[in-house]
Design a protein around this ligand. Structure first.
Ligand SMILES: [Zn+2]
Length: 260
């Protein structure tokens, strides 16, 4: 679809649909939005409208999905692509929401053709060109766990998968260097794995040590939720994430800190 037609369609959607004021006002205090300025918040509202027009959010196990639940999920999903484009989430439609954690139970073949059986409990899951699955309990209680955000985590995987599968390196912009990204992330990942091994001073979820893909997804959560933590402990990673997401959430957090 040409850029002109796409923008015309988006303008038409924005003229006829929107996030109700009462929901926007109620939800605007989400921690992951604290790194956004006023213009960015306005833009986020348009992104949320377009996102909800495109996606179908359905409840599993008889979970009823309210308008508020839809907006909460959309706001957090759209923060990642606020300065990118909604096209990062194209070619799939469904978001399935379970009331709580769910069981992943399936077989898959690795690149050598060996079949593995997966049976684990999860709070979220993303499939390439397939649905994204979330636990509502984890979304609803996110405020109690600063730095954890299952929506941002799973959508970071979706973005990562667009470039040769989930490997911790999304498709970089023309002004970014793949060499620098790999150098920065592999050094930070090795440092983090050592910290996890020794089990001391962990501020970031140790699950990030599972693989480079999980490291990218978890660091993306913390980048938006508690950006000053990433900036302080992994400054080069912060810089790469800021270039990739084209956002600098630490600036607004620092301004807030000075105001208080
Ligand atoms: Zn993950």
């Amino acid at each position: 679809m040409s850029w002109g037609i796409k923008n015309w369609q988006r303008d038409r959607i924005l003229q006829h649909e929107g996030v109700p004021d009462h929901l926007w006002r109620k939800l605007i205090n989400l921690r992951c939005l604290k790194g956004l300025g006023p213009d960015e918040l306005n833009h986020l509202r348009d992104c949320v409208t377009l996102f909800l027009h495109d996606k179908q959010i359905v409840g599993a196990h008889e979970l009823v999905i309210t308008d508020e639940m839809q907006v909460v999920i959309a706001m957090q999903a759209c923060i990642l692509i606020l300065k990118l484009d909604l096209d990062y989430y194209e070619n799939w439609v469904e978001i399935i929401v379970y009331p709580g954690e769910f069981i992943r139970d399936y077989d898959y073949a690795d690149s050598a053709g060996i079949v593995h059986h997966v049976h684990t409990i999860a709070s979220g899951e993303s499939w390439l060109a397939g649905p994204l699955i979330l636990s509502w309990q984890d979304i609803a209680h996110a405020a109690e766990h600063p730095g954890h955000n299952v929506v941002i985590h799973e959508f970071a995987h979706k973005i990562d998968m667009l470039n040769e599968g989930a490997n911790g390196c999304p498709g970089l912009h023309a002004n970014m260097s793949a060499y620098t990204w790999h150098d920065v992330f592999s050094k930070a990942y090795a440092k983090f794995c050592k910290q996890v091994e020794h089990g001391h001073g962990l501020i970031i979820d140790p699950y990030a040590a599972e693989s480079p893909a999980e490291f990218f997804a978890v660091l993306s959560e913390v980048f938006f939720e508690l950006p000053l933590i990433v900036k302080q402990h992994f400054p080069s990673v912060y810089e790469q994430l800021a270039q990739f997401y084209r956002q600098d959430p630490a600036v607004h957090w620092e301004e807030r800190r000075l105001d208080n």
